[in-house]
Write a protein that binds this ligand. Structure first.
Ligand code: GTB
Length: 217
């Protein structure tokens, strides 16, 4: 069954891998599944046709025959469960890899999203500096914990897995703040993920869309 995902017609970052379709593309590339991309405008995302795919009016979505999924955690998990290459066969190792996916999404991504909000969206608020310091401290605390656990390993639990795919995808969003680079092993971990051929293909495909001239009209 052919897979179709949705992505930004024009990504705010110019297609440099920050929008969340990157992690879905990356997962599909890792397992060697071809896919189509349906590009949607900001306006189209809020219209009924797209809201039927994602009630929150966001990208990415995933369609495979009758199956419609939203939320990148669920999408990457689905891909990893149904294709070889992103989850170990051993049941315990598989459970641990899934744990790292959840860790990325529920214990790491929220503080990084807060950091983006505090750095960019709340810049004009009178309490900006005090809040930013608080949020940065929370990010540093999480990064210290992750850095300690990763040590000098390549990946969080043995071989590269969907857990690493999600963790790298989440962490790279913190690079612009400079905080990621304070943790040499985490910065190297993210770079290792980005160097994977599957990531490179995913990145190039997203970038190509955004480098093209805007659609007429
Ligand atoms: N929890 C959901 C998931 O994991 O799938 C979150 C999905 C989500 O946030 N989608 C964003 C979206 O559709 C795109 S990825 N936003 C439009 C809207 O809500 O109206 C977030 C994103 C967008 C752009 C950049 N960038 O360019 O820097 C980075 C991240």
């Amino acid at each position: 069954m052919r897979i179709t995902i949705t992505a930004f017609e024009r990504s705010p970052d110019g297609g440099k891998g920050l929008a969340r379709d990157t992690r879905v593309r990356w997962a599909l590339e890792e397992v060697g599944q071809p896919y189509d991309v349906h590009l949607v405008s900001m306006r189209a995302m809020k219209e009924p046709a797209h809201l039927r795919l994602n009630p929150f009016g966001q990208i990415p979505t995933y369609e495979e025959g009758e199956l419609v999924l939203f939320e990148t955690g669920a999408i990457v998990f689905h891909i990893a469960q149904h294709h070889e290459g992103l989850l170990p066969d051993d049941a315990d190792a598989r459970a641990r890899a899934i744990t790292w996916m959840f860790a990325a999404l529920s214990s790491v991504e929220p503080v990084i999203l807060d950091l983006f909000t505090a750095r960019i969206l709340e810049r004009d608020k009178p309490w900006h500096e005090a809040r930013l310091k608080l949020v940065e401290d929370r990010v540093r605390n999480r990064f210290e914990q992750l850095s300690e656990r990763l040590g000098d390993a390549d990946w969080f639990d043995g071989a590269f897995s969907a857990g690493d795919l999600m963790m790298v995808s989440v962490l790279l969003r913190a690079r612009a703040s400079g905080i990621l680079d304070e943790f040499r092993n985490l910065a190297a971990y993210v770079a290792r993920g980005e160097q994977r051929p599957a990531y490179q293909r995913a990145f190039a495909a997203q970038y190509a869309i955004n480098a093209a001239p805007p659609p007429a009209g």
